[in-house]
Ligand binder design. Structure first.
Ligand SMILES: [Zn+2]
Length: 194
């Protein structure tokens, strides 16, 4: 096999194929093993996401298969690829989703069809399964298995300013320590008042 220069490895085309799971595994391995990763890899990645979603707002980070943090006006919001907006990214987006909680053994067994009958299943009263869906497109966005009454898990709350400033060397234009403040409890406290 001809030697491939690293610049060719991280071509926009290769990154796009990798994101779609279509890149030759040998090339994926070479990419993973590169001692020094090209600095523009992230920017190419975001550029491809921007094209894929068609969002007019700047994508700051991808959170999951469907969810993105985007800069909208003077806000940083969570947005689904269907266009549905969850609002301020500092508030756990799950609070604005559709939730289905499986609490009984029967309900939980429905989600464990892949397990043989004799295998132990989650036990009613000890755990519950919470499924979170997008109100816009009904895509399943997350699942958590937690003890009943456990707070809704905030899976990913990135420090965007530090990431862009210290890691990418390109600070965001609206840097502010306020961005890295979890506002979830504040949001819930308003619910109590109403
Ligand atoms: Zn959606």
């Amino acid at each position: 096999m001809a030697e491939i220069r690293s610049g060719e490895l991280t071509s926009r085309e290769n990154i796009k194929l990798m994101m779609e799971g279509k890149l030759n595994p040998d090339i994926v391995n070479s990419l993973r093993r590169m001692a020094i990763k090209e600095e523009d890899r992230f920017w190419k990645y975001v550029d491809i996401l921007q094209e894929k979603t068609g969002f007019k707002e700047r994508i700051l980070l991808r959170l999951s298969d469907h969810l993105y943090i985007v800069a909208k006006g003077d806000e940083r919001i969570v947005k689904c690829d269907c266009g549905y907006e969850f609002g301020d990214y500092r508030i756990n987006w799950k609070l604005g989703s559709l939730v289905r909680a499986r609490k009984t053994t029967e309900e939980m067994k429905e989600a464990y069809t892949f397990l043989p009958k004799e295998m132990p299943h989650p036990e009613e009263g000890l755990v519950e399964i919470r499924e979170f869906y997008c109100p816009g497109c009904l895509a399943q966005l997350a699942v958590e298995l937690v003890p009943p009454g456990y707070p809704v898990v905030f899976e990913m709350f990135p420090d965007l300013d530090t990431f862009y400033r210290d890691w990418m060397g390109q600070p965001l234009p609206d840097e502010n320590p306020e961005w890295f403040q979890d506002k979830t409890l504040e949001e819930i406290s308003h619910w109590d008042i109403e």
